[in-house]
Design a protein around this ligand. Structure first.
Ligand code: NAD
Length: 371
């Protein structure tokens, strides 16, 4: 019987992924074997971008059952050395931004988690895909829908999976509200409110530099209300309207939105009324209203603990470390072919990016924009 490592290498050589379509019947047998192995296997992940969120993900991965941090990609040698020591990462799994294409020759890394500034997600994701590795990319997946579509196409062409760090799609309170909505426990859904914001500090950070962020609060935090409206309501919007306010044009330069209020209309007649801002702290609330009931979550998308109540009372779902659950579930998507309750793939992210494009257009034109 072929050994696990050589099976992986063989499948890689044949140009198919663990969940790609089988090309030959003997490959399909081999893939069935691979699936059996991987059902108990581990997704071996390298993190690209060892910043604040990369550090959080690395810590959370220490308690994963199906995902393991095995490599790093960074432009800072001192950070690489520190991570090697902390996480026992071998030298052969360490790369920088100039040589990470060599990862294609490394059979001990299955996927790269891209956690760099927004505008670098597209080139980094495409680079990783071309090196034949699965990609997990942070949100926003790209800085506009066109760029996002290019990432989806590049990953498809390379026959690798593209997943996006939508950690709330695995969060128990969130999933319970979605279950209740699907079971019609709120009755016909009429209204959603999403409020997402925090007070941003240091004016020199990349989030306030258009070339690296691709936009302001909408890209960074408003996206939670867009994405949340879609999974809470369970429909795709058909129009948006939006209004921008800016109280500090020195800090929030051209292209960097400080605050945008926006509305999304859905086919059934539901309207979502949302707020995205860098101007106030602790703004993190979802409210879903049907004719028979409601769900309120506050905090709704922060790191937790998520708190929620419905017309039936307080919700009592397990408190989890979002990134631990996310990475275990993503391992099951990549290795076992699992389908999550709410999608986390590149196409899902492009839907959010199309809405962001439309919101910016609605602000500029001062008019309703159809999707
Ligand atoms: P950060 O500034 O703390 O880290 C960014 C990392 O990218 C740093 O290590 C930096 O060295 C590296 N980098 C590589 N090339 C760079 C360049 N040219 N300029 C600047 N930095 C460069 O930022 P962060 O908070 O970790 O955010 C990174 C990504 O993660 C963003 O896309 C952000 O939206 C996302 N994020 C997601 C969540 C979530 O809950 N899903 C939370 C925070 C951040």
């Amino acid at each position: 019987m072929m050994k696990i490592g050589s099976r992986r290498a063989f499948i890689q050589k044949m140009g198919v992924t663990a969940i790609g379509a089988p090309l030959l019947s003997n490959v399909s047998d081999l893939m069935a074997m691979q699936k059996m192995h991987d059902a108990a296997g581990t997704l071996r992940v390298a993190i690209m971008g060892l910043g604040s969120y990369g550090t959080r993900v690395a810590k959370a991965m220490q308690t994963c059952e199906r995902a393991k941090l095995v490599g790093v990609i960074s432009g800072t040698p001192s950070k690489i050395a520190e991570w090697q020591k902390t996480y026992d990462i071998p030298e052969k799994n360490c790369y920088n931004y100039n040589n990470y294409g060599d990862i294609k020759d490394n059979p001990d890394i299955d996927a790269v988690y891209v956690i760099t500034p927004n505008a670098l997600h597209a080139p980094h994701t495409i680079g990783v895909a071309q090196a034949g590795k699965h990609v997990i990319c942070e949100k926003p997946m790209a800085i506009n829908a066109k760029e996002g579509e290019g990432m989806v196409a590049a990953c498809r062409a390379a026959n690798v999976k593209l997943l996006v760090g939508y950690r709330m799609h695995f969060e128990p309170h969130t999933l319970e509200v979605i279950r209740m909505r699907k079971a019609n426990e709120f009755g016909k859904i009429m209204f959603f409110q999403g409020q997402s914001g925090f007070r941003i500090g240091n004016p020199d950070q990349w989030r306030l530099n258009y070339d690296l962020s691709g936009g302001g609060s909408m890209m960074d935090i408003g996206i939670y209300s867009i994405n949340g409206a879609r999974y809470m309501i369970g429909e795709e919007p058909i129009w948006v309207t939006a209004q921008e306010t800016k109280t500090d044009p020195v800090k929030f330069k051209k292209g960097i939105d400080e605050t945008i209020q926006f509305q999304m209309g859905f086919p059934s007649g539901v309207v979502a009324s949302c707020l995205s801002t860098y101007a106030v702290s602790h703004l993190d609330r979802f409210y879903l209203n049907g004719v028979d009931g409601f769900a309120e979550m506050q905090p709704s998308t922060g790191y937790g603990p998520i708190k929620a109540r419905t017309h039936l009372g307080r919700m009592d779902q397990p408190i989890v470390t979002h990134q631990t659950v996310q990475m275990d579930e993503m391992a099951k998507i990549i290795l076992d072919g699992n389908s999550p309750e709410v999608p986390v793939d590149g196409e899902e992210a492009v839907k959010d990016l199309r809405i962001i494009d439309a919101i910016y257009k609605a602000v500029k034109k001062g008019k309703k924009v159809m999707l």
